[in-house]
Structure formats: structure tokens, C-alpha cells
Ligand binder design. Sequence first.
Ligand code: SF4
Length: 484
Amino acid sequence: MNDTKKVLLFYPPGALFQRGEDRCQQNIDDGSAQAMRACNDLGYAAAILLNKGYEVKLMDYQTEGKTYEDLIRDMDSFHPDMLMMSITNTTIFDDMKLINDLWEKYHPVVVLKGALFYDPEQAMLDMIDLAHADYLIGGEIDFCIGKIADYVFKGIGNPADINNILYKDENNRLVPTRFHVWDEDLDNQPFPARALMNNGLYIRPDTKEAMATIQTARGCPSACVFCLTPEISGKCVRFRSPENVLAEMTECYEVHHIRNFFFKADTFTIDPEWVKKMCELIIASPLHGKIQFTANSRVRPLKKETLELMKKAGCFLVAFGFESGSDEMLKTMKKGTTVAENKQAAKWCHEIGLPFWGYFVIGFPWETREHILQTKKLVMETNPDFIEVTIALPFYGTPMYETCRDNNLLEKSVLGSDFFHSSTVGTMHLTLDEVMKLRKNILLSFYLRPSYILKKMSECVTQPGVFVQYVKYGLKLIINLFKH
Ligand code: SF4
């Protein structure tokens, strides 16, 4: 009899959420031109568990468009001893309902992973029915899951020694271990088990080609009051070596035939020397000219030479978190950047011919209508290729959550809300309805400009498929804006 223990790692059926992106957990269905990114958190967990000799099944039911019945069929045929599911702030109540259903039927060991469980307040945990959750992982899954499985199935180690988790004690109480400690050695982690991932599900939004997510670094030294990163990934940036990143890209290209990459780092360009080395390695490698990549960037620190080199290495799009067109707001939210730097980054991209996304956030607790109109002005002046405007979301664990709570701006629990379904009543000066109307105004004013539509049409003359994608995303955006 085969007594190898089995683990099912999964994203549940339902709406599309970036469950692997702990810092934003973005709702993809209600956003604009974005596609689901690869389930690297499951992929890393799978690689670790496979290396330890467990049998693993990895399923992204939400992105596959699969149903609860499909999940039940897999439970019946695979018979997992352990379930590991990624949860989000928005979906937590539905997630727990599903887990409790599965536990009633099958009694597996249950492991849940999500930023919500990073050093959580007891009052928040009390709002969630965690009766059947055995382990909660708040930190980086690849450094926890193997130790949890070894303890559960082989009796090796002690959960109290596994950092960044909560476990149930003999009285069935959830006990936190040590938080705010991070493992440094990223190069010795295995690559995500892409042989178990349906890589074709994760695409470039424009060309629909498969796009792999490659984590290049973790952590951010900035202190933006709305962002979970400094809390969950730390203020010290931990880099992989460029050689290690290139090895993963090469495996993706040669084994999985993936030519497009999202370099996932909280801020890809934070260390210009690292970026230079990475780009030079790509340029000198056989991959150069065959692959393309996209990455996030801050506008400080940033050099024009860095952007030029990125473009030369194959960067097809860079995404900036501009956030606001008001210096007063940038200062208050502790972004550590200025409006002039936002404009400078955009100007360099236009000069170089490097397409860019502009991310903007409105609805900060201190914002007035004038501040938001300054952001609208910046949107138009910077003229990115694509924009997203989200509503500031006070995640548990962020300084902005405390500001909202202390100023009675929280209408209800933060749980269940997202960037498009705010949990606040608005700002200290504007109602939520006024903020939502301003968001709609900015997005429509930007995307429905004839000059913008003509520019995008002219860029797609030789790529009708890309134009079809643009039209699809444009229609989705308009439908979303009018349905709320
Ligand atoms: S720059 Fe700010 S928003 Fe971006 S990852 Fe760092 S803390 Fe978060």
C-alpha cells in the first residue's frame, strides 16, 4: 500500500483574485486591463513538498473557470491528507465556508495562507470561523509549508519553531509564532513547480501569450502608509542573484516554452546596480531577443539609463506606482516621492519609447476633491499607456488602517472589501460616493480621449489580435464603471 502523504494546493473556484500577491490581493474581475498572474505561491509550495517526497496536486480552480463540483471530484479521486488554500482579505468569508464544507466531508489537515494572517489581531481573527483551520501562514509560504508537513506527517520539529505562522495548541487555540523575521537565502529555494501549473492560464494582457511570474526580490525600504509590504515582506530588500533569476527564466523558456515574464519584486528598480547586472546578463544570454518582460518600479530611485537598459534587455512595459498628483498627499502617505519625480519618470519613458502603466490611488483619509483633481491632472499630463485608479484600502496591519479606525472612517469590517468595494465611508472631506464618481470621471476622461484611442489603434495596425484585446478590456472597464 502506498502511504505517501498527499497535499492538494489550490485557489478555490469563484471570482478572480491575485491570491499569490499578498500585498494587494487584487480583484481582477472588477479592474481594468489586467490578467491573472501565475500562482507562484502554490508553485513554490509544490516544489518544496515534492522535494520532501510528498505527492502533490496543484489546482487554480478560479482561473481555470472550474467549479465546486470539479473540486469535489478531485477530492474524491486524489484523497488529499492536507489542503493548502490561499485566501484573500476580500474572499475570506467565502473561503472559510468552502474550507468548513470540505472539512465536514473529508477531515483533512487544513493550512491557509494569506497576508491577513501576518501577526494578526485577535479581534480580527475572532470575526472568522477558523474552527477547522489547523495552520495559518502569514509569511512566505516556501519557508513554512515543508516544515508544517514534516511536523504533521513525520513528527519532525515543532510548530512553535516555524516563524510567521499560527498553529493550534492542545486546547485548540491559535498560537502565533515569531513574526517580523525573514529568511534571506532566496537562491537556495527551488523554482516554482511549473510542471504542475497550467502555465497557459497566465497571460500577457495584450498578446495573450503565456507569461511566467518570476520573483526577483522581496521587501521594500519605503513606508507607504497603505501598503502591506513593509509589514509582511520587511523593510530590508532581499535579492536573488541575477544568475539564479536567469536560470529560472531559461528553464521557463526551454522546458515550458514561456517567452514572457513578469519580474515580481516590490520594487524591481530599487537597486540600479542589481538591475544593470540582470539586464546585462539577459543581453549576453541566448534568451536575448527571444523573451520580453515587465516589472514594477518606483520613481525614486530611478535613472533614465536604467530604463534604457531594461528596454534593451526586452522590457515591454514598466509599471509605476505614481499614486497621487499632490505633493501634500505623497508626503502624508509617506511615499517618499514627489509629483516632479512622477513626471520625470513618465517623460523618460516617452523619450525612450518604453510603454508604461500608471497606478493611482484616491480616497486617502486626508484627501479633498482638490487633491483628487490634482491626481487627475497628473494622469493626463503623464499620459501613460494604461492606468488603474483604485480606492485606498485600509488593510489590517497598515498605518492607514489605524488612521481610518481612529477617525471613524470605517463603515464596517475591512474584511470582505477590496480596491473597488471600499470598506470606508470615504475620506475626512468626501463621501465614498463622491470618491467613486471621481474615479469614474478620471478613468473615462483618460481612456475615452479620441487621441488615446487613435494612438492605440495606430500601434495595433500590424497586431489585430492586440487591438481585439484592447477593445475587450475597454468594454470591461466601461461595464465595470457603470455597474457600480
Ligand atoms: S514603494 Fe510603497 S507601495 Fe511600493 S512596495 Fe514599497 S511600501 Fe509598498
